[in-house]
Design a protein around this ligand. Sequence first.
Ligand SMILES: [Zn+2]
Ligand SMILES: [Zn+2]
Length: 254
Amino acid sequence: MESGSFIGRNYRILQRIQTAVQLIYPARCLGCGDLTETDFGLCGSCWRDTPFIGGLVCESCGVPLPGAPDGHRIECDDCMKTPRPWSAARAALLYEGKARSLILALKHGDRPELARPAARWMAQAGRDLIRDDMLIAPVPLHWSRLVKRRYNQSALLAQHLARETGLDVCPDLLKRRVRTPVLDGKTAAERADTLSGAISPHPGRLHRMHGRDVLLVDDVMTSGATLTACARVCREAGANHIFVLALARVAKDA
Ligand SMILES: [Zn+2]
Ligand SMILES: [Zn+2]
């Protein structure tokens, strides 16, 4: 009883401080900038317009599927035809509408503050993939793109995700040695060809993934070609199970 009332009093003090902070810095919606109740979130209207992925998804690529989850592993046609080189994947959002504009703002709009709430959504979407002692690693960006954008959005997401989940993160586990051209419009074979040899492990970080489960983090998963290249590199470097968590997933018919 003693400690309960102590916590209760501290909580009330904390609440009062928080209210004071909110009066000075009122929380704003990430989508539209309007004032909102919660910190680092979306207002009701932006929340409704943001396509969060829920319900039944393909275990291998996270794409939403019709039907309801029944506890069995289910895969989409693409993943059954071409098995993925990882155990499971999830994404928090569908890459369309409001989600697309938020991600473009994170990627090109110099709004790194979006990464923290985004990582929270990812932790929620990826809760079934999280394992003890897992190592989080972002999909690497070539240094020339890094210069232009100032930060690697996937590395930023990975760092916030690590804070959110308490897992280790290695931002430079993988390196992109070659600046690869944009992969849109290329066939799967052409993409694989372009990417082969473009990604390699950081020689000084090899020991960190040896025998360990790795969670690859990306902002947007389209065909998964880049993630496939990353997963192969991790596998060759001796990683145990590999999982994928993306902020958004491009729907197949998009
Ligand atoms: Zn809003
Ligand atoms: Zn799939």
